[in-house]
Design a protein around this ligand. Structure first.
Ligand code: HEM
Length: 195
């Protein structure tokens, strides 16, 4: 329970912070929303404030789409024949690839939280294009806790601090090609098999 709930949650926060540093326009919008809605000078943002913060929620959804903390979910064994899957087969679903499928996402490699603003796509239901928590009966039971923790932490950090990278580096200096352009990585990389 501790492993399922702690690593996953802080990984989302770290990715959200990384993406905000790479996208100053998104960072500005989060800060405007958080600072505007919580009220100037408010020291601590609470759960009640969060309900109004739609852009912040979209930022976390977009982060989960591109950076699911458990990219291959947990493997499951088919208990009966289903379509082409024979009973007894171990099934692994690659949520990382699902979140970047060009068949369901417009410009999937772009970090664009706005895509969730006028969209009903959510990870709680049966929108199978967004499954960082899996879906259905065996999905993650900690979704609400994870979302509350991430929203509260990110809102408080964005409200109280202006973040900058050290030594005047820009977001583009962050070295993360593997996460965006796996095809550019050497074919000797042992991780290529998952793509
Ligand atoms: C962003 C944060 C989190 C993500 C992305 C996440 C994702 C997942 C995923 C993908 C599974 C496996 C579902 C499957 O493949 O069957 C899972 C299972 C689980 N998660 Fe989470 N989780 C998160 C946070 C949490 C938190 C905060 C808790 C508890 C407070 C929690 C408790 C559990 C438990 C107990 C299971 C096992 C459920 C079962 O086997 O039936 N998770 N989670």
């Amino acid at each position: 329970m501790f492993a399922a709930g702690t690593d996953t949650t802080h990984i989302v926060l770290k990715w959200a912070m990384t993406e905000l540093l790479r996208h100053p326009g998104v960072m500005k919008q989060v800060q405007n929303e958080v600072r505007g809605l919580a009220g100037a000078g408010k020291l601590e943002i609470t759960k009640n404030d969060l309900e109004k913060m739609h852009y912040l929620r979209a930022v976390i959804k977009e982060t989960l789409r591109l950076h699911p903390p458990i990219p291959l979910l947990i493997q499951r064994e088919a208990s009966q024949d289903v379509n082409d899957i024979a009973a007894g087969t171990m099934v692994m679903i690659n949520a990382w690839v699902v979140g970047r499928a060009t068949t369901t996402w417009d410009q999937p490699e772009e970090y664009r939280p706005e895509r969730f603003l006028n969209s009903s796509v959510d990870f709680r239901g049966h929108d199978f294009q967004l499954i960082p928590f899996r879906a259905g009966r065996r999905g993650c039971p900690g979704i609400s806790f994870a979302m509350a923790a991430n929203e509260l932490l990110l809102a408080n950090l964005a409200s109280r601090f202006d973040w900058v990278l050290p030594a005047r580096a820009s977001g583009d200096d962050l070295d993360m090609p593997w996460y965006y352009h796996p095809h550019k990585i050497s074919s000797s990389c042992r991780c290529n098999s998952i793509f």
